[in-house]
Design a protein around this ligand. Sequence first.
Ligand SMILES: Cc1ncc(COP(=O)(O)O)c(C=O)c1O
Length: 382
Amino acid sequence: MSTNSTRAPFPGHPGAARRVSDKLPVFPWDKLEPYKATALAHPGGLCDFSVGTPVDPVPEVIQKALAAHTDTPGYPTVWGPLELREAIAGWLHRRLGAETGPQAVLPTVGSKELVAWLPTQLGLGPGDQVAYPRLAYPTYEVGARLCGAEPVEYDSVDELDGSRVRLLWVNSPSNPTGRVLGADELRRAVEWAREHGALLVSDECYLELGWEAEPVSVLHPDVCGDGHEGLLAVHSLSKRSNLAGYRASFVAGDPVVVRELLEVRKHGGMIVPAPVQAATVAALADDAHVAEQRERYAARRSALRAALEAYGFRIEHSEASLYLWATQDRPCWETVAELAGLGILVAPGDFYGPAGDRFVRVAFTATDERVAAAVERLGAAS
Ligand SMILES: Cc1ncc(COP(=O)(O)O)c(C=O)c1O
């Protein structure tokens, strides 16, 4: 059988027209691999403060809820049972002071997928702009690129083009800087977005992890007034409940936008598994495990912060979230290499935008034992 040498490449093969990965940045974590290899070779083993993945056990109350719902042969729904949506709305009211209701919330399959696909699911495309903070979680840019919109970084909303920005991301507490926006700064963003008809989406994954500041939700009436028109808040249980492995998260806010997302996501089959839906209900009903986990993180944070400062780092912002935003006032990759030599792996600040190129992000999500090992190594090298 002869093959046709002029045949176009199969979709997905190199050279195929409109290959999606060609529009996306290099997956940043791949660039860290050689430094990880160096750090792994340290005789005392790797102290990994790079990705920020939880390492402590899933709280028992959540494990039990999951285990009690393993016999679920039927399809779950995208919107989830009323019990789940009431649990989400109840938590939003109790912890955030936000008045919503089960009609204004939607479970998501981890918030990363929502961040990446939201512009596509809202019909954005070429000619539209998606704006996000100059130093930011890289998936905001990815989401813009996936739908063909233009990604735009901002320091202040006042520098944006109101006729082109259709979706405005804010992220407080911030990944990577740990910075918290005050109610007045959030209010200004809400005003700007409403004035220009842009949807404001507030990524609030770290809201329960404030250390030296009290983060406030965009859905709080002090920020948004009486209603949630034109606003969404994105929440995740990955960090506050050690549930990154479950993919448990949700979005809440303007009920009209939530309804539209529900319609699109029903067609797309973006369903949270039924056992995870049940685990989410249990997790949102329990504040004790969140307080316990916060104590673990607080201790790791202060030990690492003191050791980094004694070593010669300056820490900026970092008043909330799971990160220390640290600099030696030199290129970030030099710092990454130096720390890798001590068996300590951190994320270079330029993963979060060129403005971060003299910082590293230190995630205090390692075990107490690994944090103590790093503190000792930094102390010995100081
Ligand atoms: C700012 C921000 N948003 C969203 C996510 C995604 O979280 P998940 O997909 O685990 O819910 C992360 C994860 O690190 C994050 O830092």
